[in-house]
Design a protein around this ligand. Structure first.
Ligand code: PMP
Length: 355
């Protein structure tokens, strides 16, 4: 290679490297407020995982019953391991329930999309019943539609995604008592509401509860939890894929769950940030915020929400656009971020709205 060729080759290499660095820095400044990335990554937690992962025999199949992990979760949430089944995220457990019970599947609207998507993918009919104007369940209508359609399963996300509210206790108890279908209460956001239907398991044999480790900062491990009567768990276990929780997820989750204070601190910080963000929204003209018991807040804007969403994106802030004709018209879902992210978000929104 001549001297000049070598020079151009080196210069070209340097330019490509710089391009990568600039691109990386540009992407890095994007605040992914749509997805809550938690700070479980504290050094002690990560060091513990790395130490145990090093000794995990990945040439062997994982423990199919994930005994240690079940014990750790049972102790975290005060459950009985024999009433539990774990899934590759609660997404898998939703699929298992639909596979086992079949349809029609009754869902309120709006709610978490996977109930509908998975039912249709499994060729099951979906009966969609609208929530009332306060995003609460219309128990009368749900019982009527469940009976008329002979629904086999009902999915009630409580607190609900994307509206953020809990349904009224009276409506849930009435539905549990007056329908023959399996009633799944999806408590994915339990940690941010602190209220659970777990104590009702004894009273209602048709009750199935779902929880997940995703919302407490472990979404990447894919661990969902189903709690029901030993009879239901026994039947569902027959169709569960035997090695649905991989070895590394099992050991990582057991390890992280030992750091209870880190988890609790994160949850408390999120709840206090949620309150601050809600108050900030309440002071913004042209924005209505809905009370939330989750890790996100639903807002409705007077102006076109899709335009606001686009402008936020251009400013490097990504939130979920739910705007379409119907109950979520001009609605956006904002996931609670770090104090700095939340402050930046409110500042940018204020500028976009011209306040
Ligand atoms: N249920 C609800 C209500 C959810 O909002 C979500 C995820 N956003 C899930 C279940 C799925 O959780 P996982 O990560 O455990 O599959």
């Amino acid at each position: 290679m001549s001297k000049w060729n070598r020079f151009f080759y080196q210069a070209h290499k340097a330019a490509v490297l710089w391009l990568f660095i600039v691109l990386y820095l540009f992407l890095f400044r994007f605040i992914f407020i749509a997805v809550f990335h938690d700070s479980i990554q504290t050094s002690t937690v990560v060091r513990d995982i790395a130490r145990i992962a090093k000794d995990t025999l990945i040439n062997l199949y994982p423990d199919p019953s994930a005994k240690e992990l079940k014990k750790a979760i049972a102790s975290l949430w005060r459950m009985k391991p024999e009433q539990m089944m774990l899934g590759n995220g609660s997404d898998e457990l939703i699929q298992t329930v639909i596979l086992a019970f079949g349809g029609p599947v009754l869902v309120p609207a709006p709610t978490f999309a996977m109930y509908d998507i998975t039912s249709r993918a499994l060729a099951q009919k979906v009966v969609s019943v609208p929530l009332d104007a306060d995003f609460d369940l219309d128990a009368e209508l749900i019982i009527k539609r469940a009976t008329a359609s002979r629904a086999k399963v009902l999915f009630l996300a409580c607190p609900n995604n994307p509206t953020g509210n809990r349904f009224s206790d009276r409506a849930i108890r009435r539905i549990l008592a007056e329908t023959d279908a399996a009633v799944v209460i999806d408590e994915a956001y339990y940690s941010f509401s602190g209220r659970s239907y777990l104590p009702l398991l004894k009273q209602y044999p048709n009750l199935i509860i779902l929880r997940t480790l995703s919302k407490i900062g472990l979404a990447g491990l894919r661990i969902g939890v189903l709690i029901a009567s030993p009879g239901i768990v026994g039947e569902l276990n027959k169709i569960r894929l035997p090695y649905n929780i991989n070895s590394l997820s099992q050991i990582a989750a057991v390890s992280v769950l030992k750091h209870r204070s880190v988890l609790n601190r994160q949850i408390s910080l999120l709840i206090s940030e949620r309150k601050k963000l809600y108050n900030a929204f309440s002071k913004l003209p042209g924005v209505t915020a809905y009370p939330s018991e989750t890790n996100f807040i639903l807002i409705r804007t007077d102006a076109d929400a899709s335009v606001i969403h686009r402008k936020l994106k251009r400013a490097g802030i990504l939130i979920k656009n739910l705007n379409k004709p119907g109950p979520l018209e001009n609605c956006l879902r904002v996931t609670i971020g770090t104090p700095e992210e939340n402050k930046e978000f409110i500042g940018t929104l204020r500028t976009i709205l011209g306040h």
